[in-house]
Design a protein around this ligand. Structure first.
Ligand SMILES: Cc1ncc(COP(=O)(O)O)c(C=O)c1O
Length: 363
């Protein structure tokens, strides 16, 4: 693939004038540049950095009409690193490719994905916030562009990499409410892929939950509405008898990169990890009898976020006795690796500016 220049005059001018706002929040401030590559006539065309702005999309496009779109959430860190680094980008690329394929879309090549990350993060490097918990949140996005009212796949697609200098998603422990009516995902559906439809279907329950004084719904399995799956944008973990319990990857929950990283860190700390079906009734009993001492959510955006209260549709509420002994230990270890304050025994971090190395990491 022909390399594209990063120093287009309009991109350079935008960055010259840019200043980070304060406070940042999560996902509110968008970088003034983005990367775009297009797929047409059966092949990916060379991409480039362009000014951030609205994208011209036909209102009859498959991404609008049928939700033919997928995305990823990943981060570039500066903090204690000399150069910006990406955390396990190969895991996000693999999941993005699975999501695209599930929705009948061609994933971008690893060369395009690596170039997008490398060019955007390097061009924006001086604006990546450096306080612990802050990062450049990155949102690879793939859209079906053909306009058709017939239910069929597009043959033209657009890959975008968007970026947002951000704080962590939540600053304080969160409250979750068991969702007893709606389902997020069913077996054979798209729950283990990161596609917009999963999130659209969660919004009504999220609104209900916020109105009732909680932050997020806790989703149960669609077939029996009895087993815990995950939150709308995070995986779920519980500390029970000093062991780390989390719902097994059933095909209906998102296989989180953070979930996997925490499992590996916990095992290295000799914490026993149990991946299993998690009946919600059993969890509530374990909270009452004191065996479950901590609940927390985990994900790229939220990092690790303690859960201080769990509520039910009938108005019942239970406070967790401990909002963070194990969670804070895991969070500190994970963040120290991500932000470059500790050794990276797993080789998870990779310098963003080294496009070739990045590309070879992607597969
Ligand atoms: C539904 C859902 N579950 C879990 C996660 C956590 O995944 P990750 O750790 O890869 O960010 C996310 C965030 O991407 C999500 O949207």
């Amino acid at each position: 693939m022909t390399p594209t220049p990063t120093d287009q005059p309009n991109v350079t001018a935008l960055l010259r004038e840019y200043a980070l706002p304060s406070p940042l929040g999560f996902g509110q401030e968008l970088a003034p540049i983005m990367y775009r590559a297009d797929y047409m006539s059966g092949t990916w065309q060379a991409g480039q950095l362009i000014p951030f702005g609205e994208v011209n999309i036909n209102p009859a496009a498959t991404c609008v009409q049928f939700g033919q779109q997928c995305f990823e959430g990943m981060k570039a860190y500066k903090a204690a690193h000399k150069q910006p680094t990406l955390f396990r980008p190969e895991a996000n690329f693999a999941r993005f490719s699975r999501s695209a394929t599930r929705l009948s879309m061609p994933p971008p090549t690893k060369e395009i994905f690596a170039e997008a990350l490398s060019q955007l993060v390097t061009a924006f490097a001086r604006f990546i916030p450096e306080d612990s918990g802050q990062s450049l949140y990155l949102r690879p996005t793939l859209l079906g562009l053909d306009n058709t009212f017939a239910v069929k796949s597009s043959e033209r697609f657009c890959f975008l990499l968007l970026a947002s200098p951000s704080d962590a998603y939540y600053g304080d422990p969160i409250k979750v409410m068991i969702e007893r009516t709606h389902s997020r995902a069913a077996k054979g559906g798209t729950g283990s892929e990161k596609v917009g439809g999963n999130y659209a279907g969660s919004l009504l329950a999220t609104g209900r939950c916020i109105k009732a004084g909680f932050d997020q719904p806790l989703w149960l399995d669609a077939a029996t509405h009895s087993e815990i799956e995950e939150l709308s944008g995070m995986n779920f973990m519980a500390v029970i008898d000093d062991e780390l319990h989390t719902p097994a990857l059933s095909g209906t929950i998102l296989p989180g990169v953070t979930r996997d990283s925490i499992i590996r860190i916990a095992k290295s700390m000799s914490i026993r990890v149990v991946e299993r079906t998690m009946p919600v009734a059993g969890l509530l009993t374990d909270i009452i009898n004191g065996r479950c001492t901590e609940l927390f959510a985990c994900g790229t955006a939220a990092i690790i976020c303690p859960i201080s209260e769990i509520g039910d549709a009938d108005g019942a509420k239970m406070a967790l006795p401990d909002t963070g002994k194990v969670a804070s230990k895991l969070r500190a270890t994970l963040l120290n690796i991500q932000e470059g304050r500790a050794d990276d025994p797993y080789g998870w971090s990779v310098a963003a500016e080294d496009t070739d190395r990045l590309c070879s990491r992607l597969g």
